[in-house]
Design a binder for this molecule. Structure first.
Ligand SMILES: [Zn+2]
Length: 244
């Protein structure tokens, strides 16, 4: 199966660290992210409310040679306050503006958010053979299903498709109708299960969802620890009577 090669290009100051090596090392058979270039300084935004328009960004970000699609990463408002805009020539722009705070507030990482969008673009490219510009063609559905193609008209809705995102039945059927590699969907499903919070925050969520059970388990653990330590002490006393 051919991997979709995604060229990641950072645009201007991202205002916060992004672990690009982590993205490049992400284990995937369906896509590969490579950080190829950066645009150091951006011109002033030409749109209303300091938004960068599609037309302006298309002049700033050229498609990368040798990549299937180019993903620009920016921390500024985009046209119509979208967080993802698709431009001509298989170029897309992902904005961390407001989104970084939203995903981090829910204890997800910015890198998980970027990977989730990379998988969305990968599916689109696999099915359409290109990345259609925003407004030309959309797979998005208004209904929030935890799917890669949730519309997320409210930016906060992104969190529903960050914890183990999936393809809903309608989107999966849509992909089935295209001539995609037979191994693509099973591989995608497996890899999407890897998109989740860190272990610490997963445990924290579990404790919040099951407070009584967590308290009971903690009490049982404390009792068990007490019994074990008592048994160890009794054994130690037999071996070394002077410690009693
Ligand atoms: Zn869907």
């Amino acid at each position: 199966m051919n991997q979709i090669r995604i060229s990641l290009v950072t645009l201007g100051s991202l205002k916060q660290p992004v672990d690009v090596p982590y993205l490049e090392k992400w284990s995937s058979v369906v896509m590969r992210i490579e950080h190829r270039a950066s645009v150091g300084q951006l011109p002033d935004a030409e749109g209303d409310d300091w938004q960068y328009t599609d037309e302006q960004l298309a002049k700033v970000l050229a498609p990368s040679h040798g990549a299937d699609l180019t993903l620009g990463l920016i921390n500024a408002p985009l046209e119509d306050n979208y967080f993802l805009r698709r431009l001509p020539q298989n170029v897309a722009i992902l904005s961390l503006h407001e989104m970084a705070e939203i995903v981090q507030y829910e204890n997800f990482t910015v890198e998980t958010f970027i990977l989730r969008v990379a998988y969305e673009l990968t599916c689109l490219y696999k099915a359409e053979g290109r990345i259609p510009p925003t407004g030309e063609l959309s797979w998005k559905h208004d209904d929030i299903r935890g799917c890669l193609f949730d519309m997320c008209s409210s930016k906060g809705d992104i969190v529903f498709s960050l914890q183990r995102p999936c393809l809903c039945d309608a989107c999966r059927n849509r992909l089935h109708q295209r001539q995609v590699d037979a191994k693509f969907l099973p591989a995608l499903k497996k890899e999407l299960t890897g998109l989740k919070k860190t272990l610490y925050f997963r445990l924290s969520d579990w404790v919040r969802a099951h407070p009584i059970l967590a308290l009971a388990l903690t009490s049982l653990f404390a009792i068990a620890l007490n019994l074990v330590s008592s048994a160890v002490f009794e054994k130690a006393k037999r071996c070394w009577p002077w410690i009693a």
